[in-house]
Design a protein around this ligand. Structure first.
Ligand code: C5P
Length: 237
């Protein structure tokens, strides 16, 4: 597999073409951003930690029967993935109130949400990723009703798998964001990443924050804590 030119540079990852037109390389950089890119720092080893963490989680999801984009680790900071036509919405599930839900609805952080809350956000930095609903998505042609139903079902299937995985390792999966795309055969496939950059994880006993809120809130030990999460899951980094 040969890496070719850069296709897209996001805030934390760069996507490269390869000599296989169906495959891409995701390069996880050390860049860490928050607040729509207003706060950006380079955190030593974060690219490597997130690349390996993402591969570990995506493999668990594949084992549970969820189709993901990930094919293989190709270096410490790079993964080979299937090329997808990405759907420009973020699927967020919340098991516990935190973050923008707390700010928007004035509920207390830590409130258990049963059943969990599902929200869609449009991927658009200039508009600050506004919340959208099913009607916006269908009306603007971002996805069909059937694709919306599939994204919701898969996002909740991921919740069942990962809530149990983190729970067994002493952590609460508070919330997370997923992105999906469509493969060459027209199937909805989980893309992008699942790392502590895109979810909230709290220690079950102490409620210590073990995710990107450490960076957002200036709590320190960001990558060290991501490594602790990985080690608790049995992934040595
Ligand atoms: O900010 P908010 O509370 O809406 O985020 C919900 C979840 O989605 C959090 O785990 C956050 O890290 C993740 N998220 C993300 N990328 C975004 C927006 C939210 O990974 N652009």
């Amino acid at each position: 597999m040969e890496k070719r030119e850069e296709l897209y540079r996001g805030k934390a990852k760069t996507v490269y073409l390869t000599d296989d037109s169906d495959k891409l390389i995701l390069h996880f950089r050390n860049d860490t951003s928050a607040f729509d890119g207003q706060k950006i720092e380079q955190l030593d080893r974060k690219g490597e930690v997130n690349n390996k963490f993402n591969h570990f989680i995506m493999t668990k999801l594949e084992d549970a029967g969820i189709a993901t984009q990930v094919e293989a680790l190709v270096s410490d900071t790079e993964s080979l993935v299937k090329k997808l036509d990405m759907i420009p919405v973020e699927c967020v599930v919340r098991n516990v109130a935190a973050g923008s839900l707390v700010r928007r609805l004035g509920v207390e952080e830590g409130l258990l949400l049963d059943p969990p809350v599902f929200e869609f956000f449009l991927k658009n930095d200039a508009l600050h990723d506004p919340m959208v609903n099913d009607y916006h998505i269908v009306s603007f042609g971002w996805a069909s009703e059937a694709q919306i139903a599939e994204m919701k079902a898969l996002t909740f299937k991921v919740n069942a798998v990962l809530k149990a995985l983190f729970d067994e390792a002493g952590m609460m999966l508070v919330d997370y964001k997923l992105e999906f795309g469509v493969d060459a055969a027209g199937n909805i496939v989980l893309g992008d990443e699942f790392t502590p950059d895109g979810c909230r994880l709290w220690d079950k006993e102490t409620r210590k924050k073990m995710d990107k809120d450490r960076f957002r809130q200036g709590l320190g030990s960001v990558v060290e804590t991501y490594i602790e999460v990985a080690e608790r899951l049995g992934l040595a980094l």
